[in-house]
Each structure stands twice: as structure tokens, then as C-alpha cells.
Design a protein around this ligand. Structure first.
Ligand code: GLP
Length: 242
């Protein structure tokens, strides 16, 4: 695992976007796994700026979703599919045909998880997986004590994560779904390159536990210690407990 400390969130966004650009120049149809949340926004902004300036062509790129709420209609503004359309696909000029994601509105949740695993494999696997991290060390929606070999499946959110995400639902925790579909930790570890981005002091403890703590299901992000090509990009605040 390599750890890169950058001065601030903007620098982190530039660094990660540049790594994506290098991959896309080598492999124009790369499958980029993307995360939601506030942390990756500077990456998406920096990548879109490079597309607008003509520095990179993303017309063949493909985008894979990490996780999704269960029970929200797909066109709900806070379904992760809608969020990724707004924050990633539209700014990059990519359409729905470039997108792979689980259907969180499918009544057959188990079937939706299995179909998504199959779709990822059929697409050749994720080339570059961008991750954020929860304050409790979760990646995707793999909450503490998730199996480190887990596959895409339904999970129940902790109250902490629902409270953290209430800001996207008018601050009303009651509107945050209880259940989600998430790529499993084992699924995430199959990506060829995994990049975890963390910024801000609120992530410092989770970063320290992931990078320097024991490999443990109680901190799902510590599973990245097993990955042959994992990069952790942190700003100085998020690195403060290393
Ligand atoms: C959610 C997402 C994660 C994300 C996390 C942190 O739980 N499922 O993929 O990493 O939030 O979000 P933020 O970057 O806003 O702190």
C-alpha cells in the first residue's frame, strides 16, 4: 500500500484525476469504479476540466457504481445512480450506455446483486476503483464487521452512517434508507488499482486504522492492505493521526 500526502483536497483531486488520465491514455475503454460522497468531487471536477481542455478523450470510458440505496426509485435525486449521472457521467459527456450499476429499486434485491457481479465480470473487471471512506472505516457501504471476502450484497446501514448521510436528505435522517446494495470488500479488492481518497480531520482516525491498524473486519478499509496495488491519497488533516 502506498500513502501519498497532499496539501489539501484540491491537490488530492488533481492527483487522482491525473492517474485516471494516464490510465485512459493507455486504455481508452477503461472501466472506472467511482464513489459518491463529498470527497471525490474534486476528482470529478479535475477530470472534467481535462476533458473540456482536450487533454484526454473519455468517449470510450466506462463507469461502474460502487453502491446504491435500496428502495429509492432510480430517478430519485439522491439515488446514487442519479448522483453519479449529475456528478460524473454528464460532466464527462457520457451516456447511460457507459454506465454499470445495480438496480436498487428491483424487488429482487438478491437477483440485482448477482446480476451486478455478473455485469462487472462480463465487462472485464474494474481497472481503477476510487473509494472514499466512512468515519467508521467503511468502504462502499461495507460497514464495520463486513466479511473481508464479501461479494455484492444487501447491507443494513449503521445509525452513524445514516446520520452522516442525512445531509443529502434535507438533514432528515428518517428519509435515509436503512438498506443498501454494495460491492463487497472481496469485489472491491478485485479492481486492478484501488485508490482511497480521504480529506479532512474527521477521517484521520479511520485512515490511521486502515493504514497502520491491524487487518480487521471491524475496519473494512484495512482490507486494502491485502491489495497488490492500493494507493491511499490523504490531505494533511486526514493524515494527522498517521
Ligand atoms: C457513503 C458512501 C461511501 C463514501 C462515504 C464517505 O457512505 N457509500 O462510498 O466513501 O459516504 O462520504 P464522504 O466522502 O462524503 O465523507
Amino acid at each position: 500500500m502506498e500513502v501519498v500526502i497532499v496539501p489539501d483536497a484540491k491537490a488530492g483531486g488533481e492527483l487522482v484525476a491525473e492517474a485516471m488520465v494516464r490510465l485512459l491514455r493507455r486504455k481508452p475503454d477503461a472501466l472506472l469504479g467511482v464513489a459518491t460522497g463529498s470527497t471525490p468531487l474534486p476528482v470529478y471536477e479535475a477530470l472534467a476540466a481535462r476533458v473540456r481542455s482536450g487533454a484526454v478523450d473519455v468517449s470510450e470510458a466506462r463507469i461502474a457504481q460502487l453502491d446504491e440505496y435500496v428502495g429509492l426509485p432510480v430517478d430519485h435525486p439522491e439515488s446514487y445512480r442519479s448522483v453519479l449521472r449529475r456528478e460524473v457521467l454528464d460532466p464527462l459527456g457520457l451516456g447511460a450506455d457507459a454506465f454499470l450499476g445495480p438496480d436498487g429499486s428491483d424487488e429482487d434485491v438478491v437477483g440485482a446483486c448477482a446480476s451486478y457481479e455478473k455485469a462487472l465480470a462480463a465487462a472485464g473487471g474494474v481497472d481503477f476503483q476510487l473509494l472514499g471512506i466512512g468515519t467508521d472505516g467503511h468502504i462502499g457501504f461495507n460497514e464495520p464487521c463486513s466479511s473481508l471476502s464479501s461479494r455484492t450484497r444487501i447491507k443494513t446501514l449503521t445509525e452513524q452512517t445514516r446520520a452522516d448521510n442525512a445531509r443529502f436528505f434535507d438533514g432528515d435522517v428518517e428519509q435515509v434508507p436503512h438498506h443498501v446494495i454494495t460491492q463487497g470488500v472481496g469485489t472491491i479488492l478485485e479492481a486492478r488499482h484501488v485508490v482511497l481518497l480521504a480529506t479532512g480531520a474527521s477521517k484521520a482516525e479511520a485512515v490511521a486504522a486502515s493504514v497502520e491498524g491491524p487487518l480487521a473486519a471491524v475496519c473494512p478499509a484495512s482490507a486494502l492492505q491485502l491489495h497488490p496495488h492500493a494507493t491511499v491519497v490523504v490531505d494533511e488533516a486526514a493524515a494527522s493521526k498517521l
